[in-house]
Ligand binder design. Structure first.
Ligand SMILES: *Cc1c(COP(=O)(O)O)cnc(C)c1O
Length: 251
């Protein structure tokens, strides 16, 4: 782990923040390790995806210096700005929030993965835009996509029902510009997380039958990452526990 130098003046604020992020990161990684040990899983199977929405690019740079390479953002416009600011670092950006089709062309310029694909129309738009970005040299690889699964009936939070996953997966798999990586879910706030994560694990198992490469299960956040890891999560998306409280909470 990198040490934080002691400097004077304006740098002190940044150093303080970098030290705070380093401490938080250690704590979150320890939670992941403990959850993996409890579940009898190899910690190498579970990736930490820091979700940095509402936090400045300087925080992402600090976490990058601590060895993180993947970062999650949930608002395309905010992520556009940060991706431009940090372009030289080679961060792998994951869009974890809802995406409207009119933002797709911008997003495929910087996104490594989109976790929130929940319709054939959106998948088609992403494939077309990714194809154009590949042709123009704006990106060099296929776009990884995860199907967002809805575990409640709240359409405002996005996602498709478990029953709709196979057809959407087949649709995505037909696009050479997209790589179907797996599924993502945000469990309903009031629900019993164990029951919801168990349902999600079933959806994931069924998906892998037809699409063996779709191994990613993006589930678990600050409050429930242990439960998600117990149920097979391969990617925990952590905001608050790593970054601190956000000025405004988002869906
Ligand atoms: C903000 C956000 C997270 C992180 O949530 P925390 O509870 O702050 O850890 C995870 N996933 C998505 C889609 C988010 O928007």
């Amino acid at each position: 782990m990198q040490t934080v130098p002691d400097t004077d003046g304006a740098e002190n604020g940044n150093d303080f923040r970098a030290a705070e992020l380093a401490t938080n990161l250690e704590g979150v990684l320890a939670r992941i390790d403990a959850a993996c040990a409890a579940a009898g899983r190899d910690p190498a199977e579970v990736r930490l995806l820091p979700v940095t929405k509402y936090f400045p690019a300087s925080d992402i740079a600090a976490l990058y210096r601590l060895g993180r390479r993947d970062f999650g953002e949930n608002r395309p416009q905010e992520a556009d700005v940060k991706a431009a600011e940090l372009g030289a670092l080679g961060v792998r950006w994951h869009l974890v929030g809802q995406l409207q089709r009119n933002k797709v062309r911008q997003v495929v310029r910087w996104a490594h993965a989109v976790h929130s694909v929940d319709s054939e129309r959106l998948a088609t738009a992403l494939a077309t835009a990714t194809g154009a970005a590949l042709d123009s040299g704006e990106r060099g690889t296929a776009l990884e996509v995860l199907i967002q699964v809805s575990l409640d009936d709240d359409p405002a939070r996005g996602g498709v029902t478990p029953d709709a996953v196979p057809a959407l997966a087949d649709h995505i798999a037909e696009s050479a510009e997209l790589r179907l990586a797996g599924i993502m879910a945000i469990p309903p706030r009031a629900a019993d997380p164990d029951a919801e994560f168990a349902r999600l694990a079933e959806v994931c198992t069924r998906l892998r039958t037809g699409h063996p490469g779709a191994t990613e299960l993006s589930a678990g956040m600050s409050n429930d990452l242990e439960r998600a890891i117990a149920h097979g999560s391969t990617c925990v998306r952590v905001g608050t526990a790593l970054m601190g409280g956000r000025p405004i909470t988002s869906a």
